[in-house]
Design a protein around this ligand. Structure first.
Ligand code: SF4
Ligand code: SF4
Length: 262
């Protein structure tokens, strides 16, 4: 009998929402554990953070010196390392503090900031170690997660989603909120993967799957300005969940700069 593939799920600075995508697999998770061995997954039960495994899934951004050491150990112990979710792939919401280089956020949030020992900048995992595959989203989509695991079990390299959300949205025959209703929507620049959830429920996309490859976010910012949004509103749209991912980061900064130009 073949040895089952060993898997670890690790948490860094994050909200646990992407780990829940594993638990929310429900019956499919029960079928999966017949085919894989889960060596470490604190949220589910098994705890062995130093296990040497075939695949490590990593949730969360790197925010402390201890996390730098831990991610390097995990890299050494893993044949493949896959980041799951916005925090791990681009830094997540907590990277908003990277936009403020004066450290003023510390004293505005904490009564005793001298006790906080965070890194100066929040970092995505790929800034510290080699990453073999990235699953985007906030949280990740559990169907996508299952596809990736099944591909790896079959010995196939998982396919990266490279299309933007509009492709999915039009495939769902949605009336375009941007074109038909003049509502802000980040779909033209956002990576597909969520099944156009927000447009299907009557609102524009807010970019939680991060920037798609080969996009023109400046053109979308200009279009949003044409709809009547002021630069600060445009900056806030781009500086959402993937504020630290290029080109969202730069497009938001450019809009904010326009706001300051007399
Ligand atoms: S990507 Fe979103 S859902 Fe996943 S851990 Fe980060 S904040 Fe939570
Ligand atoms: S609603 Fe948004 S995602 Fe859908 S087609 Fe229009 S711009 Fe694209």
């Amino acid at each position: 009998m073949n040895t089952p593939i060993s898997v670890a799920i690790h948490k860094f600075t994050s909200c646990d929402g992407c780990q829940l995508a594993f638990l929310n697999l429900g019956e499919q998770l029960l079928a999966l554990v017949q085919r894989i061995h889960i060596a470490h997954f604190a949220e589910m039960g098994p705890i062995n953070p130093h296990a040497k495994v075939d695949i490590s899934f990593v949730e969360g951004s790197i925010s402390t010196a201890e996390e730098i050491e831990r991610i390097q150990t995990i890299r050494d112990n893993s044949r493949l390392l896959i980041t799951i979710g916005a925090c791990a792939t681009s830094g997540g919401l907590q990277a908003l503090r990277n936009l403020y280089d004066d450290g003023g956020w510390l004293s505005s949030v904490y009564a005793s900031p001298q006790h906080i020992q965070s890194l100066a900048l929040v970092k995505p995992v790929a800034d510290l170690v080699r990453v073999d595959f990235e699953l985007w989203g906030c949280p990740i989509d559990r169907a996508q997660l299952l596809y990736v695991i099944n591909d790896l079990l079959l010995g196939v390299t998982p396919r990266e989603r490279r299309d933007n959300l509009c492709v999915t949205c039009k495939g769902e025959q949605q009336v375009c909120h941007l074109v038909a209703h003049g509502q802000p929507c980040l779909g033209p620049v956002t990576r597909a993967g969520c099944g156009a959830l927000c447009p299907r429920f009557g609102r524009g996309c807010y970019g939680c799957y991060g920037p798609a490859p080969s996009i023109n976010s400046t053109a979308l910012a200009n279009r949003l300005q044409g709809l009547g949004l002021v630069p600060e509103q445009i900056a806030r749209l781009f500086h959402g969940i993937h504020n630290n991912a290029e080109p969202f980061r730069q497009t938001g900064l450019t809009a904010r700069q326009q706001d300051k130009t007399p």
